[in-house]
Design a binder for this molecule. Structure first.
Ligand code: FAD
Length: 412
C-alpha cells in the first residue's frame, strides 16, 4: 500500500496544473499524479492543430465567463481569482512567451504544443510531483478515519489525504461511475463543438468557400450566433457554426441533430437597408446581369447560388429585375433555411458537455460539497467553453484553485 498526501488522478492540463499548483503552494508536500495512458498531456499535444491554443486574450472575468455555455456563473467567481492574464504570467514566468492572434486566441510563440508540455513537466519535476504513467485508478472510496483509498490498475492501492479528480471528458463508466457511487450527480455527456451535415448539393458544391460573417440560428429557439461560416464536403463548419453547436449542445442532441438552420448572409443589414442597396445597384449597373454582380462582400460563387435560390435566372439584368425578384432576393439574403441531418466532430477541438454537476462543487476551492478532501478540475466537470482557448483556460483556473486549496487543507 502506498501513502501520499495529495493524489491527482489524470495527467491532462487540469491534473498537471493542479499538481504543480499544490506542490508550489506547499513545498515538500507529497503529490502523486497518476495517468492511465502511456503519455501525459496527450490532448495538449494535439490541441490547436499541434500549436496549443493555451488561452484567449479576454481579461475581463464577466466577458470571459460569457464564453461558457455551461459553467458561466460559477466560473465568473473562479476567474476573479485566476484568469487568462494569470495564465500568461504563469507561463511567461517559466520562460514560455505567448502571442495573441487577430481573433484573440493565444499560442506559445514557438507555435508548438510541445513547449507547453515541456513547461508543465519541468514545473512538475521542480515541484517534486511524483508522476506515474500507465497507472489507472480503478475506484475511489472514502476511508472511515478520513482520507481516500484508490485501488490501481497495477494491483497496488494508494491511500491519500486529499484527491483531485481531473480525469477529463465524461464517458459512461470509469470515474463517472465511482463519482456517482459517492453520491455525486453526473450530468449525462453529449458532444459540444461539432459541425453540421447538410445534404443540399449546392452546399457541398461550395466546399472550401468561407463567408467572413454570417448569422446562423435555429428557428423556434434562442440559438443564434454571428461569425465566419465555412462550406465543407459534408455541410457547414467554421467558428459561427461551432459556437452555435456549443450553445445548442443539449437541444440539438435532443433533436438527434436533425433541425432547420437559418442563415442571414449580411447580418449587419436589415431588409430596408438591403433594399436600398439593391435599388442603388439597379440604377448603377442597369445592363449587367444580377448573377454577375456579387454584393455585400459575398463570394461570387455563393452569390450565384443565392440569386438562383431567389428564382432569378442567369440572363436577368438589373434593369429587368421585377419587384417580386427583389423581394425574393432580400428574403434569401435574410433567411436561407437549410435542413441539418447530422453532425461531425470538429477535428481541431472537441469537448463534451456533461460531467459532475456544478451545484455540488464549491468553486472557491473546487472541493466537493458532499465529501471533504475530494476536489475536481477540468473537463470532468459539467462545464465547457466555445472554441478559442476557453477550454484550457477552464482547466488552468480550476486546476489552480483546486491545487492551492488542497495544499492549504493538507497543511492544516
Ligand atoms: C483534438 C483536440 C484539440 C483541442 N484543442 C484545444 C485548444 O487548442 N484549446 C483549448 O482551449 N481546448 C482545446 N481542446 C479541449 C481541451 O483539450 C480540453 O478541454 C482539455 O484537455 C481538458 O483537460 P482535462 O485535464 O480536464 O482533461 P484531459 O486532457 O482529457 O486529461 C484527462 C486525463 O485523465 C486520464 N484519466 C482518465 N481516467 C483516468 C483514470 N481512471 N486513472 C488515471 N488517469 C485517468 C486520461 O487518460 C487523460 O490523460 C481540444 C480538444 C481536442 C480533443
Amino acid at each position: 500500500m502506498h501513502q501520499t498526501e495529495l493524489l491527482v488522478i489524470g495527467g491532462g492540463a487540469a491534473g498537471y496544473f493542479g499538481a504543480v499548483s499544490a506542490a508550489e503552494a506547499r513545498p515538500g508536500a507529497r503529490v502523486l499524479l497518476l495517468e492511465r495512458g502511456p503519455q501525459p498531456l496527450a490532448k495538449v499535444r494535439i490541441s490547436g492543430g499541434g500549436r496549443c491554443n493555451v488561452t484567449h486574450s479576454c481579461f475581463e472575468p464577466r466577458a470571459l465567463s460569457s464564453r461558457y455555455p455551461r459553467g458561466a456563473r460559477p466560473l465568473l467567481a473562479a476567474f476573479a481569482r485566476f484568469q487568462p492574464a494569470d495564465t500568461v504570467r504563469w507561463f511567461e514566468s517559466r520562460g514560455v512567451a505567448l502571442k495573441t492572434e487577430a481573433d484573440g486566441r493565444m499560442f506559445p510563440t514557438t507555435d508548438q504544443s510541445e513547449t507547453i508540455i515541456e513547461c508543465l513537466q519541468t514545473a512538475a519535476r521542480a515541484g517534486g510531483v511524483d508522476v506515474r504513467l500507465r497507472t489507472g485508478v480503478d475506484a475511489l472510496r472514502p476511508l472511515s478515519g478520513g482520507g481516500w483509498e484508490a485501488p490501481l490498475s497495477t494491483g497496488e492501492v494508494v491511500h491519500a489525504k486529499q484527491v483531485l479528480v481531473a480525469t477529463g471528458g465524461c464517458k459512461p463508466g470509469g470515474p463517472m461511475s465511482w463519482l456517482a457511487a459517492l453520491g455525486h450527480e453526473v450530468v449525462p455527456p453529449v458532444p459540444s463543438l461539432f459541425t453540421f451535415h447538410i445534404e443540399e448539393s449546392w452546399v457541398r458544391a461550395l466546399a472550401g468557400l468561407a463567408v467572413p460573417q454570417a448569422e446562423v440560428s435555429v428557428p423556434g429557439t434562442s440559438l443564434k450566433e454571428v461569425g465566419p461560416v465555412l462550406f465543407t464536403h459534408w455541410g457547414l463548419s467554421g467558428p459561427g457554426i461551432l459556437r452555435l453547436s456549443a450553445w445548442g449542445a443539449r437541444d440539438l442532441a435532443s433533436a438527434d441533430y436533425c433541425f432547420p438552420l437559418r442563415i442571414r448572409w449580411c447580418p449587419t443589414l436589415n431588409a430596408e437597408q438591403i433594399q436600398t442597396l439593391l435599388q442603388a445597384t439597379r440604377a448603377a449597373q442597369q445592363g449587367k446581369t444580377v448573377i454577375n454582380t456579387p454584393l455585400f462582400g459575398l463570394p461570387s460563387r455563393l452569390w450565384e447560388v443565392l440569386v438562383g435560390l431567389s428564382g432569378i435566372t442567369p440572363e436577368v439584368r438589373w434593369n429587368q429585375l421585377p419587384r417580386p425578384g427583389v423581394l425574393a432576393l432580400i428574403e434569401t439574403l435574410l433567411r436561407t433555411e437549410l435542413p441539418v441531418s447530422g453532425k461531425s466532430m470538429n477535428k481541431d477541438e472537441f469537448v463534451t458537455c456533461g460531467g459532475v454537476s456544478l451545484k455540488e462543487v464549491e468553486f472557491k476551492t473546487m472541493q466537493s460539497k458532499l465529501h471533504k478532501g475530494l476536489f475536481f478540475a477540468g473537463e470532468v466537470l459539467d462545464l465547457d467553453g466555445i472554441t478559442g482557448g476557453f477550454n484550457f483556460q477552464a482547466a488552468w483556473t480550476t486546476g489552480w484553485l483546486a491545487g492551492r486549496a488542497m495544499a492549504g487543507l493538507a497543511a492544516g
